[in-house]
Design a protein. Structure first.
Ligand SMILES: C[S@@+](CC[C@H](N)C(=O)[O-])C[C@H]1O[C@@H](n2cnc3c(N)ncnc32)[C@H](O)[C@@H]1O
Length: 309
């Protein structure tokens, strides 16, 4: 995987402008305009994010009351690990591939592997399929995707799940109409490509607005770990929007000397309103993942409360 970052200065107290999430190498080294998650599906950052998604849903399911999952940047749902994109980067081999023979210890890793392996070794379920696989009959999934080709695949992938619905369009426009969900319990996954310079500012606006509509919702915001300072600023802004509790999960797999400086080696999740007990259960799962996904010195998985009431 290749990644470029550029942090631009902003007025004090405002989120800086950020450029870059991941994009795959192109012959001319040019920036991809249409992010395709197929290049990165099943990489270590996906594994970390998806195990967290499973752990949160496991906590939510401790109660019988229905819940809704809104996957606000859904992707295509199902990825071909033998396809051109995945083969070009090899990221899945270095992610989910390392877990193929792993004997899981924590409930979150165990259920994640059960779900992922149900699709076969050459296919990888993205966040909407993982969430859809875990729904009970009383629960719902709404998945938003704005790229027409990706949306078409997403709709097909979700067709087998009666409680799942795919919506085509821009998260900024679609999310507000979905909140609060009628169940009044739910999880919103925010997982943008960070391709445009104001993406984190947009996320701040989108999540701030969403929190005003659904203050008790659980929000999960994925980001490259290099965005730590902007994430702290984002956390402050979301505090003004009503976020009382925010837990930051950092996952750094360390580096080998030969690794490119531009390769993604660390990812973060900001969890607003984490379920009670999630810090401990996910902490165990993250340590377990680290034993398998560790690449070199500097490897670490840690949770930090950014806001706590
Ligand atoms: C990182 S990928 C999603 C991966 C997926 N959440 C998973 O974990 O399997 C981000 C997706 O968001 C979509 N996207 C980007 N901007 C969007 C927007 N404004 N509204 C809706 N979808 C968007 C992209 O097309 C891409 O498919």
């Amino acid at each position: 995987m290749h990644i470029l970052f550029s942090v631009q200065r902003s007025p004090a107290g405002r989120l800086p402008k950020l450029l870059g999430r991941a994009y795959s190498p192109s012959p001319a080294g040019q920036r991809r305009v249409n992010y395709r998650h197929a290049y990165h599906a099943g990489n270590f950052a996906d594994v970390h994010k998806h195990v967290a998604l499973v752990a949160i849903i496991q906590h939510i399911k401790k109660k019988d009351q229905p819940f809704a999952v809104v996957d606000a940047h859904a992707g295509r749902g199902l990825y071909d690990l033998a396809g051109t994109e995945a083969s070009k980067t090899g990221e899945a081999l270095d992610g989910i591939g390392l877990l193929r023979d792993h004997q899981p210890q924590s409930p979150a890793v165990a259920e994640y592997l059960t779900v992922a392996q149900a699709f076969g070794s050459n296919r990888y379920p993205g966040s909407p399929l993982i969430a859809a696989s875990l729904l009970r009959k009383q629960d719902r999934l709404i998945a938003i995707e704005n790229q027409p080709g990706e949306f078409s695949s997403l709709r097909q992938a979700l067709a087998f799940y009666p409680n799942a619905r795919a919506i085509e369009g821009d998260t900024a426009l679609k999310l507000r109409g979905l909140l609060p969900p009628k169940e009044r319990r739910g999880l919103i996954l925010i997982d943008p490509p960070y391709e445009i310079s104001q993406e984190l500012e947009q996320i701040s606006g989108i999540v701030g607005d969403a929190l005003r509509r659904f203050a008790t919702g659980i929000f999960v915001i994925w980001h490259p770990l290099k965005f730590t300072q902007p994430i702290a600023t984002l956390c402050g802004e979301l505090g003004h929007a009503g976020a009382a509790r925010a837990l930051h999960l950092a996952f750094d797999r360390g580096r080998q000397e030969s690794d490119s400086e531009r390769a993604l080696s660390a990812a973060g999740l900001l969890v607003i309103n984490p379920p009670f007990g999630f810090e401990r259960t996910f902490g165990e799962a993250a340590q377990e993942l680290l034993t398998v996904l560790r690449r070199g010195p500097g490897a670490d998985a840690r949770a930090t409360w950014m806001r706590k009431d």
